[in-house]
Design a protein around this ligand. Structure first.
Ligand SMILES: Cc1ncc(COP(=O)(O)O)c(C=O)c1O
Length: 409
């Protein structure tokens, strides 16, 4: 019995045929435990007010919810006194903030930005825009055919001209864990700044941003049991202090005159407007849930599920795995295609068996092109998944080609 599954109301739901969801789209977003849903409802029922602004008790309570969540999120990723945690709407906004704000002070014509070809569009398009706006050049670290970042690429592409390197800690397409330590070392050796996209790593493994020495580290709450609409940017204070504000408005100022303004210190300088305090309450509750499960347990549980998943997929005729076939250097995000079946058709057939997987380009079109595929199906696990979920996926996959008129062979 999986001890976590019952904490998730959506996973307890059954349809008219008595079926629960085999939810295997955790790389897109995760389900929410009762504790997170309750924490958000409790905040709105008991403590809701605009934080930082009121002299009354309720506003102080809302401020405390926001600030204690900040400390919890920062400590969960091993942040120390050198860094600050900024709340954003999610990883996408965090990366846009850095690309736009740091880009203004850190990039000049001819400078180079280096990213991996495997990046999610959220860690690609902001750098395309920064390159366009500053005259910098965008270069790519290419991967092998299974999506592994190549050491030779790191050595060749990160040079004296490189000013910024942005890489995902874990790929949302192949589940490959990138050698971010080596990337950070190479970048720091030439004086470049590094942004690590931790959207697929923080939910699934213990991360220590201080030990990594990442300059910026970003992630989203909704992929780690928390609510949508809130995420984080962890950054070194020395860099954040030097950067101009990204959004302007209430709560981020020190003093405003008719033609000029001075800005609040960190983190408020980057938190213009009313913050998502209910989301912060849910984010903190999600972290409490993960801490009480233990990240080592999360890793163990997902590793066993990924073993089962890779084994099950091996036995499906005409199935091609996209990414490494072994369970080392990866997490439980597994992409595949089936000859003669479009990924959207596969996902639709799985849906009729109440199995949820993702199909498409996974917001990584240049990577798909590099891998020589148009689209894939992607199954991704989390701590509440069970062997039965994997069995249901495998059973349903066996029917795909027959459904599409290919016969069993
Ligand atoms: C690796 C990676 N980076 C960034 C994002 C963007 O996250 P969000 O949509 O929560 O901003 C995703 C979402 O799928 C992702 O997988």
């Amino acid at each position: 019995m999986n001890p976590y599954r019952n904490d998730f109301p959506l996973l307890r739901q059954t349809d008219e045929k008595g079926r629960t969801w085999a939810y295997l789209d955790n790389a897109a977003t995760t389900q929410k435990p009762e504790a997170v849903i309750t924490a958000i409802a409790d905040y709105y029922q008991r403590e809701n007010a605009n934080p930082h602004r009121g002299a009354y008790d309720l506003s102080v309570a809302a401020t405390n919810v926001l600030e204690s969540a900040r400390e919890k999120v920062k400590s969960f990723i091993g942040g120390d006194a050198r860094g600050e945690l900024i709340f954003t709407r999610g990883a996408t906004e965090s990366i846009n903030l850095v690309a736009s704000s740091w880009g203004k002070i850190g990039l000049r014509p001819g400078d180079e930005i280096v990213i991996a070809i495997s990046e999610h569009h959220s860690n690609l398009l902001p750098w395309q825009a920064a390159a366009r706006e500053t005259g910098a050049v965008l270069n790519y670290l290419y991967t092998d055919a299974d999506g592994r970042l190549l050491q030779s690429e790191i050595g060749a592409k990160i040079t004296e001209r490189t000013k910024l390197v942005a890489v995902a800690h874990v790929s949302n397409v192949t589940g490959v864990v990138n050698p971010v330590e080596a990337v950070i070392r190479a970048a720091h050796a030439v004086g470049a700044v590094v942004l690590v996209d931790g959207t697929q790593s923080v939910p699934h493994m213990a991360v220590n941003v201080s030990a990594l020495d990442a300059d910026f580290y970003v992630f989203s709450a909704h992929k780690m049991l928390g609510p949508m609409g809130i995420g984080a940017l962890y950054g070194k204070k020395a860099l954040l202090d030097a950067m101009p504000p990204y959004l302007y408005g209430g709560d981020m100022i020190e003093y405003v005159e008719e033609q000029s303004a001075t800005f609040a210190p960190l983190p408020q300088k980057f938190e213009a407007g009313t913050q998502n305090v209910g989301g912060a309450a849910g984010f903190a509750a999600a972290i409490d849930y993960l801490i009480s499960a233990g990240m080592d347990t999360v890793v163990r549980q997902e590793c066993a599920l990924t073993d089962g998943l890779l084994n099950a997929l091996k036995d499906i005729p005409y199935l091609r795995l996209i990414g490494p076939s072994e369970n080392a250097e990866r997490i439980g995000v597994v992409s595949f295609t089936i000859e003669g079946a479009h990924p959207h058709d596969i996902a639709t057939i799985l849906n009729s068996d109440r199995v949820a997987v993702r199909s498409g380009h996974h917001c990584a079109q240049p990577f798909m092109h590099h891998l020589g595929v148009q689209a894939t199906c992607r199954a991704s696990v989390y701590l509440y998944n069970t062997e039965q979920d994997i069995e249901r996926l495998a059973e349903s996959l066996k029917n795909v080609r027959r459904w599409l008129g290919h016969g069993v062979k």
